[in-house]
Design a binder for this molecule. Structure first.
Ligand SMILES: [Fe+2]
Length: 314
């Protein structure tokens, strides 16, 4: 059609989209075009602002490579990743869910570790943490024989892949749930950490006066045939950023009971000083066991990369 006015710009695109054979594609693209055009009308987007927005999209691509995905970081920083998670899990957002964000640090082939073992593979200063996790189905029955990957940052806030000081695969392990659907292991208390702010996400956070910290958490990925692969994180409640996670990953359901123990005998005789325990029960939903594509495949070399920490304003 020949466009006569601004309204026709939308109508013209939508009528061309009607040619698309795939109905789901047609539905998604038509809604996207409608919302995108209405968004520009609502804010009366100027030509300069439009050019800045295009430059921003280009920068997202330029800041993405094999080991870093700025687009995913942006999606998290806008709360979009959590929204997608919550509308697709927990009976499509009707009930609580153990599902959460995968994050950029899952690696395949974590070392198989027996229950009761330790994922501390090189000297890692910080308080000991003893984790007891249960995996249940929607009816409360144990999920037996699930393969469970766990991974976390060190008490200094670094994943081993970012930190040449740590041994390869430090603070990572692969467990199998026992007859009661349990795993348990020894670790150290994770710390919160900053997300990179040298790209467009940093620009966005600075413009909003936001900090760039994720509160401390333990990552879990559990797979078993007949269940949707569980991707989860259990957050540390006393972290100063628990209410303002830069990636909006914290849900009430996933705040864990990390209990501090002082002057109490620890489960291992070599523990000195205060230590922590975490008991958590994950619910696995029915579905397909499918592993995500690993965001990274290797460990960092050279120096530890210091990431700038932004302070929230206002
Ligand atoms: Fe993480």
């Amino acid at each position: 059609m020949i466009i006569e006015n601004e309204k026709d710009a939308t109508t013209a695109v939508l009528s061309e989209l009607a040619r698309a054979k795939d109905p789901r594609f047609r539905e998604i693209m038509s809604a996207l075009v409608r919302h995108l055009h209405d968004f520009a009308r609502e804010v009366k987007l100027t030509e300069e602002e439009f050019q800045a927005a295009v430059g921003y999209l280009v920068a997202l691509g330029k800041h993405t490579n094999e080991t870093h995905n700025e687009a995913v970081l942006m999606s998290g920083s806008l709360g979009f990743s959590t929204l997608i998670c919550l509308i697709n899990n927990g009976n499509n957002g009707q009930t609580e869910t153990s599902q959460n964000l995968l994050g950029p640090f899952w690696r395949m082939h974590s070392p198989a570790t027996a229950n009761g073992g330790s994922i501390v593979r090189s000297p890692t200063p910080g308080p000991a943490l003893f984790v007891n996790a249960a995996f249940k189905d929607g009816n409360g029955n144990p999920v037996v024989g699930a393969e469970v990957d766990v991974w976390q940052s060190s008490p200094e806030g670094y994943y081993e892949n970012q930190d040449p000081v740590q041994a390869d695969m430090n603070l990572r392990g692969k467990f199998t749930t026992d007859q009661n659907g349990h795993i348990d292991f020894r670790s150290v208390k994770p710390a919160g950490y900053p997300i990179p702010v040298d790209g467009p996400v940093g620009q966005l956070l600075r413009a909003q006066g936001r900090h760039n910290m994720r509160p401390a958490h333990l990552h879990v990925l559990a797979a078993k045939d007949g269940f949707k692969t569980l991707v989860s994180q259990v957050y540390v409640p006393d972290d100063p950023h628990i209410e303002t996670d830069v990636q909006f990953g914290v849900t009430r359901h996933l705040i864990g009971h990390y209990v501090r123990h002082e002057n109490e005998p620890a489960p291992a005789p070599d523990v000195e000083g205060p230590w922590y325990s975490l008991d958590y029960t994950f619910t696995m939903e029915p579905g397909r066991a499918r592993l995500p594509r690993p965001p990274i495949t290797d460990k960092a070399r050279g120096d530890r990369q210091e990431i700038e920490r932004l302070k929230a304003t206002g």
